[in-house]
Write a protein that binds this ligand. Structure first.
Ligand code: BGC
Length: 780
């Protein structure tokens, strides 16, 4: 009897054994793939549906582990495969602060937006900020941060520029790489986005970015190339738009030839959130994961495999990548999360570190820093400040610190009559629900409240009681719409202009000064009014401590050391890209997206359905410095409370490029940090190049008066190269390169030389070509 039972037991175990499923671990990925059916494989490549409304989406469900998450992958329990969760960034984790009846709140820190991070020009600082940010993704149980955003600031009116870093691909790439390293140091993945050339929000899901290979390689892709090579993000998000006629998500040239073959990327490519009909093309192109994911996308994949359109090899390749991502995640490793990030420590970090991204644009007669002055605060945004942008990049932070609180924290007295007047207006607007709901959406972020017409009497009374006036101008922007060339956006409104002028007239006639604070997400017109105030502080939208960060800089608790990551032109139409952007040609601001769409009449509408990148590589300072056109503020510019002297430079060849070394000395009377920017001018004889290009940068530590620091910056020959379309190769001409050590693109402080003996050539795929050559503007 016992023997029979034993035998039966063995048989049973053998039977079970032959059907037992392999459980997914890093070692069993191939075994699991061998066991999976086609349906199961397709299931792993398609997400589980829309996340929830806090992620900026319209169709929603809170039936997900982290309410507010943007999306997730699907479970396959038989292999022990759980869901992984993706949440938006880039200025902090975007989740819902409330969960049903739970009395606990789930706020997240509002960190500085991408543009503010880039303005620090401080790679280690950005890495430490995003390390803290990554802790919050980890502590809330998110597996992947859908960040950083890193498209190029091709045109200042792009509605999502605040999420992105710069007009320059080197600065963008270095910032993105630091960002990725910081977040990923927590065991949380990143997803660099939106790959690629997603440079406008108008018709963002369909617009065709048409450009020549050189602009594509040198401007649109270069930053991504740097980030991918230097930081290995777990994911890359393919953008909605087309590039040269093919959706980025379905471009084999982009996702396989360039991203994987040339750059060696081995992570997952995920679609931006949507559902294009070309699921099968996307998979074949190298796009592994469809998000947010719909059943019909899974069916399409299964059907295409059955018909032999997708080969098993292609299917398995993407499944392997997604499974390799899943096993890396904290969810998959069943690591607990606290739901309790250290918000207090992160507030302090944001307050101090965001100050490094504040750019001092003007500071006549040392208006700043203040010393124990009584301050009158004008402008509604002094009281209701803007911490970050709108859309999926919004963060549900616990509070936004106003400038009033900021000054009070620093022990400064304010003109209460002015504060009370604005306080009453603010209360009135906040209670006026119709007005408030138009400007405020819980999960998408805020527009500034309409600026009130400040009574002249109030200004006159305040000048008697106050030593200095601060006027804050606010702007916000966000996903799905571009900014406008209008008053209230690119231009000041009449009310804002008169406010600055009236306050300045009254204060100046009393011998007192006026500071304008710009609490804005992107470039605005400054040339027509910048002469009026004594000082201008560009604060961007620097996170939830905005008022404290700004007050700290104004009072000298922090020092300003930010530099511009883009050019501020005198006139919008000075920008070559303005010829091919939705808001070309009407500086009264009357053009509007709805009108443009209505004008379409069925045909393809320029700048809406397709965009010609006729500016080629001539973006930002590359254009202005080459043609010698004046700007309002140049790329790389930013003042300090002190002065720096650049001592004798040393440029040394090292076989693969050169090192550039310089000692910077604080020769002024206040502490300060200096960004040293390395611009290189190529020798004649190669391709036509910009006058100079940024090839490296570094920031000093805080230097006290009299202190100095020696900085060395490495530049390699590959990064000196430009793209030769005729042979599809990166080339650097032989000869003598001028190496400028600069404080901005318009302020070279020292010069060295580098001789490249032999021309270098780095051939790459000839791909992603335009259907018709784009006529790029000529310079000479
Ligand atoms: C945005 C992405 C975002 C995704 C998920 C899309 O609309 O373009 O940046 O990550 O939604 O919320």
């Amino acid at each position: 009897m016992m023997k029979k039972l034993f035998l039966a037991g063995c048989l049973c175990l053998c039977y079970l054994g032959s059907f037992a499923q392999t459980i997914l671990t890093p070692e069993t990925i191939d075994a699991v793939i061998t066991e999976m059916t086609v349906e199961e494989k397709a299931t792993i490549l398609v997400g589980e549906g829309w996340g929830s409304v806090a992620a900026g989406n319209a169709a929603v469900s809170d039936n997900i582990p982290i309410p507010g998450a943007a999306g997730m992958t699907r479970r396959l329990s038989k292999y022990g495969i759980g869901r992984i969760i993706m949440t938006d960034g880039p200025a902090g984790i975007n989740i819902s602060p409330r969960r049903g009846d739970d009395p606990k709140t789930f706020y997240a820190t509002g960190f500085p937006v991408g543009t503010a991070l880039a303005s620090t020009w401080n790679v280690p600082l950005v890495e430490s900020i995003t390390t803290a940010m990554g802790e919050e993704f980890r502590d809330y149980g998110s597996d992947v941060a859908l960040a950083p955003g890193m498209d190029i600031h091709r045109n200042p009116l792009c509605g999502r520029n605040f999420e992105y870093f710069s007009e320059d691909p080197l600065l963008s790439g270095k910032m993105a790489a630091a960002y990725v390293r910081g977040i990923q140091s927590n065991g949380v993945g990143t997803c660099v986005k939106h790959f690629a050339a997603n440079d406008q929000e108008t018709n963002r899901a369909e617009a065709d970015s048409r450009m020549n290979p050189r602009a594509l390689r040198e401007i649109a892709l270069k930053g991504f190339e740097i980030a991918v090579k230097e930081s290995s993000p777990w994911m890359v998000m393919s953008s909605y738009n087309k590039i040269n006629g093919v959706y980025a998500q379905q471009s084999h040239d982009l996702l396989t030839k360039i991203l994987r073959d040339e750059w060696g990327y081995d992570g997952v490519v995920v679609t931006d959130w949507g559902s294009k009909s070309g699921t099968v093309d996307a998979l074949k192109a190298g796009n592994d994961l469809m998000e947010p994911g719909f059943d019909y996308e899974r069916d399409r994949i299964v059907d295409a495999v059955r018909k032999g359109i997708i080969s098993m090899e292609e299917l398995d390749r993407s499944v392997r990548r997604v499974l390799s991502l899943i096993v890396k995640t904290r969810s998959s490793q069943k690591l607990p999360h606290s739901d309790n990030p250290n918000l207090e420590a992160h507030s302090a970090l944001v307050r101090d570190s965001a100050a490094e991204g504040i750019v001092l644009l003007k500071n006549e007669h040392q208006t700043l820093p203040l010393s124990n002055a009584k301050v009158a605060l004008f402008g509604i945004c002094s009281y209701d400040m803007i911490a970050g942008g709108k859309g999926s990049g919004h963060v549900n932070r616990p509070y936004i610190r106003s400038l009033v609180e900021g000054f009070q924290n620093d022990g400064y007295e304010l003109d209460t009559a002015v504060s009370e007047w604005y306080g009453k207006y603010l209360d009135f607007r906040k209670y006026d629900s119709a007005v408030r709901s138009a400007s405020h959406t819980m999960n998408f972020g805020d527009d500034p409240i309409e600026e009130p017409d400040v009574p002249k009497e109030l200004i006159k009374r305040s000048v008697v009681n106050s030593d200095i006036a601060v006027v804050t101008i606010g702007r916000n922007a966000g996903e799905a719409a571009d900014r406008t060339l209008s008053k209230g956006d690119w231009f000041l409104t009449e009310v804002e202009r008169s406010m600055i002028q009236d306050v300045a007239d009254v204060y100046h006639s009393a011998g007192k000064k006026v500071v304008v604070v710009l609490n804005i997400g992107g470039v605005i017109e400054t040339a027509s009014w910048k002469d009026i105030p004594d000082a201008i502080l560009l604060a961007w939208t620097p996170g939830q401590e905005v008022g404290a960060t700004i007050a700290d800089v104004m009072t000298g608790r922090s020092v300003p050391s930010g530099k511009l990551p883009m050019t501020f032109p005198i006139d919008y139409l000075d920008l070559p890209s303005s010829r091919n952007f939705p808001y070309y040609g009407n500086d009264s601001g009357e053009v509007d997206y709805a009108d443009i769409l209505m004008e379409r009449n069925g045909g393809l509408k320029k700048n809406v359905d397709y965009v010609l990148y006729e500016e080629g590589i001539w973006i930002g300072y590359r254009w202005f410095s080459t043609v010698g056109k004046g700007v309002s503020y140049p790329f790389g510019f930013g003042l300090s409370y002190t002065d720096f002297e650049y001592e004798k430079p040393v440029v040394r060849a090292n076989g693969n490029g050169f090192s550039a070394t310089i000692t910077v000395k604080n020769t002024g009377n206040n502490p300060g940090k200096e960004v040293v920017e390395i611009y290189v001018k190529a020798p004649e004889g190669g391709l036509e190049k910009p006058f100079v290009e940024l090839k490296g940068f570094a920031k000093t530590r805080l230097l006290l008066p009299g202190e100095s620091e020696t900085i060395t910056i490495m530049v390699d020959n590959y990064s000196l190269a430009s793209f030769n379309e005729s042979v599809s190769a990166w080339e650097s001409a032989s000869g003598q390169y001028s190496v400028f050590f600069a404080s901005s693109v318009a302020d070279f402080r020292a010069e060295g030389r580098y001789r490249l003996r032999n021309k270098n050539s780095f051939p790459v795929h000839k791909c992603l070509l335009p259907q018709e050559k784009i006529n790029v503007i000529t310079i000479h």
